[in-house]
Design a protein around this ligand. Structure first.
Ligand code: NDP
Length: 433
């Protein structure tokens, strides 16, 4: 963790107005539109971004198509692409603190987690795919002696990438690193509520040597920029991380346009199953609390459902609630903070509604569940542990994407398995035994 004075110095830096990054240059929205960037730390605006339009998407796709077709990137030797991607990773690492602090101002993640998960993972992913560029090749398929069947890997063309607000850099890297390594060009749309680090990433990519038009970033809303990308006839692939509802929309856009391939990475309601024979129940309780509450629960693989054997249910749940109540919630740019800000006012309201509904459906709130630190103007919530949540309750079945843990006891292994599988989600899971 960097020194607090370095974090504070980064926090104090003004952020100039941001445009789109298209064809290697900054530019405004086609109609000049902008939107303020509100920090969840204090609820105040601290920057502006361009409010993208469908025309901006057309412009970015045209740049990406031209860059793809003339081979300025796809035509390079794989080892040359590898070198650029490694330089890109170097620059992300060199600017890690700036990226992490800028990201926290934008999305509220606690700084310790942001440094590891954002520039840290982003650089790691760039390096992994840099190496893949000249290591993953074609094959000669097994066939009869008179037939030669070659499997040749080639880039698809223009990749549209749409990412959410919780870990914008890490998730952007999951999309752009493999796409660029293979020689594709990219149009990337960050969330309208967390664009700043992704815009800076585009600049670092250019500095690393990505030719103009290879990596373009268009900021703006999902309903305008995202939809225009989904329906675009000249985007060949969509790579998406976000909610199931938006994932469905993208499949619909693809079906209504050019049947582009869609890679969807969606939400979760991950079970954390604890049996009475787990060797270290104190550690299980600690990891259970941290596994749901870090980044205010805004993690796709957060263990949001505790499913616990009845013989230890009361003691174990009480222990998790004690740990939750003791976690330090506050300014995410304070190095000692364990739980930062909820990303937005809308997300905070949705979280609070989930707790209210859980209560109405018979759940018992053991700790948390309220807005706190409202005097800061920021969006903070005390981590909530809700006991005895029925498998039919909304809190058991739906992703909150907030600091709310649902607890449900079980008696038999079969019951535990049925409960673990008892939602429409299937992203991650844990078993302690
Ligand atoms: P959303 O689905 O609301 O948004 C994700 C992205 O899609 C954003 O860039 C958003 O833009 C864009 N979008 C929204 N509406 C449309 C539309 N109609 N057409 C095209 N694009 C659109 O998810 P959140 O940002 O709220 O992210 C949280 C979700 O992401 C959770 O469900 C979480 O579990 C999931 N997630 C999954 C991960 C995984 O690895 N499986 C990792 C991280 C998160 P804008 O915000 O500008 O409106």
């Amino acid at each position: 963790m960097p020194d607090q004075s370095l974090i504070d110095a980064e926090r104090a830096k003004p952020v100039p107005p941001q445009g789109h990054f298209i064809d290697g240059a900054w530019g405004p929205a086609s109609d000049g539109g902008t939107r303020p960037v509100i920090s969840p730390i204090d609820g105040r605006p601290f920057a502006t971004i361009a409010e993208g339009t469908a025309e901006d998407v057309d412009c970015a796709v045209a740049a990406a198509r031209a860059a793809f077709e003339d081979g300025r990137w796809s035509g390079l030797a794989p080892a040359a692409r590898k070198r650029v991607l490694h330089r890109f990773a170097d620059l992300v690492e060199r600017n890690a603190l700036e990226l992490a602090v800028l990201g926290v101002r934008d999305n509220g993640t606690e700084i310790g987690m942001a440094i590891r998960a954002e520039p840290g993972s982003c650089a790691g992913t760039l390096r992994f795919y840099a190496e893949a560029a000249d290591k993953i090749g074609g094959e000669i398929a097994p066939s009869s002696p008179d037939i030669l069947a070659l499997v040749h890997r080639e880039p698809v063309g223009v990749v549209g990438a749409i990412v959410p607000w919780n870990f914008p850099l890490m998730i952007a890297a999951w999309k752009i690193a493999p796409a660029l390594a293979a020689g594709n060009t990219v149009v990337l749309k960050p969330s309208e509520t967390a664009s700043l680090t992704v815009l800076r990433l585009a600049e670092l990519g250019a500095e690393a040597g990505l030719p103009p038009g290879v990596l373009n970033v268009v900021s703006g809303s999902g309903s305008v920029v995202g939809e225009a990308m989904g329906l675009h006839m000249d985007i060949d692939v969509l790579a998406f991380t976000g909610s199931g509802a938006t994932g469905r929309r993208l499949l619909d856009y693809a079906a209504r346009s050019n049947m582009k391939r869609c890679y969807l990475e969606l939400g979760g309601k991950s079970p954390n199953v604890v049996f009475a024979d787990a060797p270290d129940l104190e550690e299980a309780a600690r990891v259970t609390a941290h596994g749901i509450f870090r980044n205010s629960g805004q993690v796709c693989i957060a263990g949001s459902r505790l499913i616990v054997e009845r013989s230890i249910h009361a003691d174990f749940t009480r222990r998790v609630a004690e740990i939750a109540a003791a976690m330090r919630v506050g300014d995410p740019l304070d190095a000692d903070t364990q739980i930062g800000a909820v990303h937005s006012e809308a997300q905070l309201s949705a979280n609070l509604r989930f707790v209210e509904t859980a209560r109405a459906e018979g759940g018992e709130v053991l700790t948390g569940g309220d807005r706190i630190l409202a005097e800061t103007g920021g969006y903070y919530m005390a981590p909530a542990v809700v006991d005895n949540v029925a498998p039919t309750a909304a809190l058991f079945r739906n992703e909150v994407f907030g600091p709310v843990l649902s607890v449900t006891p079980f008696d038999t292994v079969d019951q535990a398995i049925a409960l673990a599988n008892g939602t429409d989600f299937g992203l991650a899971g844990a078993v302690w035994t």
